[in-house]
Design a protein around this ligand. Sequence first.
Ligand code: NAD
Length: 342
Amino acid sequence: MGVPSSTVRVGVIGFGQWGPNHVRNFSLLDGCEVVRVCDAAPARRAAAQKFLRGVAVTADPADITGAADVDAVVIATPTDTHHALAKAALLAGKDVLCEKPLARTAAEARELADLAAAKGRILMVGHVFLYNPGVRHLKTDLDRGELGRVFYMDAVRTNLGPVRQDVGALHDLASHDISIFNFLLGALPAEVSATGSCVLRAGVEDVGFLTLHYPGNIVCHAHASWLNPRKVRQLTIVGDHKMAVWDDMNNLEPIRYYDKGVAVDHYSSFGEFQLVLRDGQIVIPKVKLAEPLQAQDAEFIACVRARREPAAGAVFALGVVRVLEAAMESLRAGGRAVPVPA
Ligand SMILES: NC(=O)c1ccc[n+]([C@@H]2O[C@H](COP(=O)([O-])OP(=O)(O)OC[C@H]3O[C@@H](n4cnc5c(N)ncnc54)[C@H](O)[C@@H]3O)[C@@H](O)[C@H]2O)c1
């Protein structure tokens, strides 16, 4: 199968909570068309049939992965199904956009990354925050050195539900924060420690606290939970020049830069040092809002056409799964620091 010359024909597997958002975005995008939708649940197929006139709806994913009239497969099913579905699509020569995280284990994710490379297929993963205008704004300013040397980042991602059946809060929620840290810092952490609590079901963490050590002595922390009264989506970045707070729940002014800092002023003759607090202005930059999923899905189609690797490509996604795997090992070992394999 070569490069689609005209319309990219998309098949979507999974029409639950999130799949319809992909269907909406791909239906609105120029240069592509949703031709088939699959869901295992009869009620979800009925919903798809009701809302999507002219789109073939099926219960069998093979009707999508094996269809001659599908160029690109979008996978929006639970995480434990990603590996088998993405593998079938890649083996059939399709380009794939798979929801995050790419797979449960690093071995599965690596197999998919290798398969995509061997087949010359685009494999993109729905690390949607790489396409979030607030995160992109922070990335540009970090790369320009606006915050100076970064000391640490602290992320909070909490809400009440939805409670997943197949994976815990680390794979479901902290995967977003890991993707944001890796993207902003352009690196993987060297080691991870994780604690958490399995409250609702044995062996499935409902809350997780991750500490990740990145190159350059940068420490990142993430608190992820679906068992929390408040929906919070926040990231604090502390640098030696400025500090930033990004609030993804604030649609009008998502980022604030604080011209605040602490510096060592001088050492006295007795070896004591003076700390000087700097408490300057707060700047709220203009961030042009756009739907991140729309930008992500448009990027997927652009990459399919141009045959280029997306920022959230297979290599990036494998990095996130490697961190998750180390975090799960640490969680099971009571928080012991676990290296992330290079
Ligand atoms: N990027 C984001 O911000 C974001 C947000 C929500 C969900 N997600 C991801 O999207 C994926 C789906 O999440 P969701 O909230 O829509 O879950 P969901 O449980 O609401 O929907 C999943 C759907 O997939 C169907 N399904 C399950 N196995 C299938 C199979 N083998 N073949 C066909 N259909 C199958 C189910 O019947 C269900 O309708 C997950 O990987 C999740 O992590 C990403």
